[in-house]
Design a protein around this ligand. Structure first.
Ligand code: BG6
Length: 480
C-alpha cells in the first residue's frame, strides 16, 4: 500500500469555540497561503446532530477575515470540510467515524486528531480512537493526536494521564500543545540567543542581575469562571506558558535543532528550578491576589481562594544561573495587556559616571516583547549632548512590524502546520510536563500559606508584589 500525502485534520469537540475562534482560522489561513500542498481535509466531530451543511454554516458565521484569502477560497475551503456526529464516549460511534473518514479520503491517508474536548475525555477519546483502529500507523501513514491544555491539574493527574496515553500511543504521535510556543517572538528567542554571538557570552550569572517575565492581561475570566475557579493563575498560565518562556530564555544551546535536542535542554532547566519548600521563608517569595468582583462571577465560590494574580521570585540552580533571581508575574484585569521578558544586566564594575539617577533604574537591559508589538529593545545609557558628562537612558528598538511586511502567522497556524509535517519541537514532551508540575505543585502548596490579597481591577495587582525586589534590585515593568 503506498503512503499518502493527504492529511485529514479531525477535530474532536468541533462544536466548541476553540474550533471556530482558533483552529478553523488557522487551517484556513494556511490553506490560503498554499502551505498544505499535499492537501488537507477538515472533519469536525461532536455530539450535536449537525450535517456537513449545518457545520459549514456555523463556521461561516465566524468566518475569519484574513487579508490573503478571497471569497472563492472560503468556498473552496468549506468544500474540504465535513462533519460527523459522534458520541465521544461510545466506541461504536468511532467505528462509524472510521468508515466515514475512509470514505471521505477515498483511501488511506495521514490523520491528525485534535482533542478540543474537556480534559476528562482525553483518555476515553484516545482509547476509542485506538480501538477503532484509527491510531494505527501502517505503510508509511501517520496518525497523530494533539492534546490541548490543561494537561493534568497537578503532578499526580498529569502523570496518570501521561501513563494512560502512552499505553495507547507512542510519544512521537502525541502533540501536547502550548499555544505560546507558536508565537513568533517565542520562536525568535532561539534565533536571537543562538544566532547572535554577542549576547550569549553575557547570558549568565556573571553578567545578568535578574530576569523578569510578565504575562499581563486586561481581560478577566471572560465567562470561564467555572473553569478558572479550579485553575487559578498558577495552573492557567504559570505552569505552562510562563515556564516555557523561562525554559527558552534560560536553556543551554541545543547541539542541533532537532525536537529532541531542544526539549532535552528545556527539561534540564525545569529540573533545576529551586523548590519553594526547600528555602527558608518561602512565603516571602510569593505574592498572590484576587481582583475585586471575581467572587460574584458565575461559577465562582463566594469565598473563593483562587488567585487571579501571582508574582514570585524563583531561582534556577545550575552553573549558568546560580543566584540570579527570576521574577515571574501574571494577572487578570491589569491596566495593560502584554507579555515580555526583561533581562537586566549588572552595572559595570566601576561607576565612572556615577550611579544611575534612581538606584533601581539600571541601563543595560534587554526586553523581548512577545506581544503585542512583538520585537526587541535594548536600554542603555548615553551621554547627554553638551558640557560635562551627564548620562541619559535611551532605547534601541527592533519592531517586527517595521522590518517585515508579512504579518506573523497566528500561533495555532504554525503549530497545526508542525503537527501535519510531524515536527514536535514546539510541543511539550512528557518529562517537561512532569518537571513543570513538580515545581508548580510545590509553588501551590507554599502559596496556600500566603495571604490572598484583593486588588482593584485596572491596577497592577497587590502593592506587596513590589517588595519581591530588593531595594535597588529593580521594578516590575509596566510598559515594555
Ligand atoms: C490561555 C489561558 O491558555 O491563555 C487564558 O487559559 C489566557 O486564561 C490565555 O487568557 C492568554 O493567551 P494569549 O495568547 O492571549 O496571551
Amino acid at each position: 500500500m503506498p503512503s499518502s500525502d493527504l492529511t485529514q485534520v479531525v477535530i474532536l469537540g468541533a462544536s466548541g469555540d476553540l474550533t471556530s475562534r482558533k483552529l478553523v482560522p488557522a487551517l484556513y489561513a494556511a490553506q490560503c497561503q498554499h502551505l498544505f500542498p499535499a492537501g488537507v481535509q477538515l472533519v469536525g466531530v461532536a455530539r450535536r446532530p449537525w450535517d456537513d451543511e449545518q457545520f459549514r454554516a456555523i463556521l461561516t458565521q465566524h468566518k475569519p477575515t484574513t487579508g490573503t484569502c478571497s471569497y472563492d477560497s472560503w468556498e473552496a475551503f468549506l468544500k474540504l470540510t465535513s462533519y460527523v456526529k459522534t458520541n465521544l464516549e461510545t466506541l461504536a460511534d468511532y467505528t462509524s467515524l472510521a468508515e466515514r473518514l475512509t470514505a471521505l479520503s477515498k483511501g488511506p491517508c495521514n490523520r491528525v486528531f485534535y482533542l478540543a474536548v474537556k480534559p476528562e475525555l482525553f483518555l476515553t477519546s484516545v482509547e476509542n480512537l485506538k480501538n477503532a483502529g484509527l491510531l494505527d500507523q501502517k505503510d508509511g501513514l501517520t496518525s497523530r493526536v494533539v492534546v490541548e491544555k490543561p494537561f493534568g491539574h497537578d503532578l499526580k493527574s498529569a502523570a496518570a494521564l501521561n501513563e494512560g496515553l502512552l499505553t495507547l500511543i507512542h510519544e512521537d504521535q502525541l502533540y501536547r500543545i502550548d499555544h505560546y510556543l507558536g508565537k513568533e517572538t517565542v520562536q525568535n528567542l532561539l534565533v536571537f540567543r543562538f544566532r547572535n554571538a554577542f549576547f550569549e557570552p553575557l547570558w549568565n550569572q556573571k553578567y545578568v542581575e535578574n530576569v523578569q517575565i510578565t504575562v499581563a492581561e486586561t481581560l478577566g475570566t471572560e465567562g470561564r469562571g467555572g473553569y478558572y475557579e479550579g485553575s487559578g493563575a498558577v495552573r492557567d498560565i504559570v505552569q505552562n506558558h510562563m515556564l516555557q518562556l523561562l525554559a527558552l530564555v534560560a536553556m543551554e544551546p541545543p547541539s542541533h535543532l532537532s525536537p529532541k535536542a531542544i526539549r532535552d535542554e528545556k527539561v534540564k532547566v525545569l529540573h533545576c528550578l529551586r523548590l519553594f519548600s526547600e528555602q527558608p521563608d518561602p512565603t516571602k517569595l510569593i505574592v498572590r491576589g484576587q481582583y475585586n468582583g471575581y467572587r460574584s462571577e458565575t461559577g465562582v465560590a463566594k469565598d473563593s481562594q483562587t488567585e487571579t494574580y501571582i508574582a514570585l521570585k524563583t531561582y534556577i540552580d545550575n552553573w549558568r544561573w546560580g543566584g540570579v533571581p527570576f521574577f515571574l508575574r501574571t494577572g487578570k484585569h491589569l491596566p495593560d495587556r502584554f507579555t515580555s521578558i526583561t533581562v537586566q544586566f549588572r552595572m559595570p564594575p566601576t561607576l565612572l559616571f556615577g550611579p544611575p539617577q534612581e538606584c533601581y533604574l539600571r541601563p543595560n537591559r534587554i526586553t523581548l516583547r512577545i506581544q503585542p508589538n512583538d520585537g526587541i529593545s535594548l536600554d542603555l545609557d548615553v551621554k547627554e549632548p553638551g558640557q560635562g558628562l551627564k548620562t541619559r537612558p535611551v532605547k534601541l528598538n527592533f519592531d517586527y512590524q517595521d522590518s517585515f511586511t508579512n504579518p506573523s502567522p497566528e500561533a495555532y497556524q504554525r503549530l497545526l502546520q508542525d503537527v501535519v509535517i510531524g515536527d514536535q519541537s514546539l510541543f511539550i514532551r512528557s518529562d517537561e510536563v512532569h518537571e513543570s508540575w513538580r515545581w508548580a505543585d510545590d509553588l501551590r502548596t507554599t502559596m496556600a500559606k500566603t495571604p490572598l490579597m484583593p486588588y482593584a481591577e485596572n491596577t497592577w495587582g497587590p502593592e506587596a508584589a513590589q517588595g519581591l525586589f530588593g531595594e535597588c534590585e529593580g521594578r516590575w515593568v509596566t510598559a515594555p
